[in-house]
Design a protein around this ligand. Sequence first.
Ligand code: UT7
Length: 349
Amino acid sequence: MQRSKIAGIGYYVPKNVFTNSDMMKYMDTSDEWIQERTGIKERRFADRTGETTTTMGVEASKIAIERAGITPQDIDFIVFATLSPDYYFPGCGVLLQRAMNMKEIGALDVRNQCSGFVYALSVADQFIKTGMYKNILVVGAEKHSFGLDFSTRGRNISVIFGDGAGAVVLQPTDKEGQGILSTHLHSDGESAEILAMYNPGTHANHWVKDPVAKFDDAEMGAMFMSNAMVDEAQNFPNMDGPAVFKKAIVKMPEVVEEALAANNLTTADINMLIPHQANLRIAQFVQQKLQLKDEQVYNNIQKFGNTTAASVPIALCEAWEQGKIKEGDLVCLAAFGSGFTWAGALIRW
Ligand code: UT7
């Protein structure tokens, strides 16, 4: 069966640097706390009105498409991963299709949060393998800064996230041994509410009894997102950080081991692991568990924060641009996040 390869890759981060000291203007936190617990020094925030998740995705896509040696009109399918879409619906895929003047191709949005890009890559890989498409654009992008609680109440979440986008073009390859070797997708919905944004939504307190909105207070037809919900800050994400951390440091190494075993490879064969940039401490645990050397792992959370669906392609692109990934290298992607969902991919570059 024909494998797919990453034919072009690009990333975009907004110009606006938001440091830990900037965070301190809004909430009770400190540079020391943020760096010690997460490794983050600064992150980028999108221009409030001038940039959206889609426009950042477009900027990353332009670079990926150019590097693949094709034009936007050659793209025959879009897979767009994000948890912070421009609209609740329709998704960012169609907005990107419009913004880039693409043909009337299919556009699919993936809502798998931190593992979204690896899931999206896996979906695209299947379409290439079956021969259905030849040039698939896979995008991961987030504009978190527009929807976070910057008061002290939201500090455990708001300090970790940043904005940005990454994109790749997948094409079939005839080169022996090259391309995506395998992808591995998992979920465990048992802890879905541990890292979630409940509203807007239709849950009607079905899953979470407390402290979700009192629906009696909501106007008929306004229960998706009522004034009461906003008053109670239920339009912001919730996270039990330590619980997510504990699960991530188990599942991320596990999915890497699974991918290696599926291809009869070992951790010594990995040239570069790109872990989802959730927290530098998580990446360090994963590295330690897999006994990887520093030069086998790439991290850039220090300057970009956690960009969720964008973190893996941004880090992958940066590592490649710095010459840390070369043709023939074995590259491993691993991500874990809300859902919980987690995923891994092995690529022979
Ligand atoms: O990519 C999506 C998936 N998400 C993740 O992978 C996140 C995984 N979890 C984490 O990265 C960490 O749990 C956090 C960085 C979010 C939090 O670090 P932690 O070491 O687990 O801290 P904690 O939540 O247990 O809080 C410890 C203390 C608390 O104070 P008390 O109760 O001990 O007095 C918090 O109120 O730190 C306090 N705290 C803060 N203090 C200053 C929480 N956030 C902050 C803050 N600044 N920003």
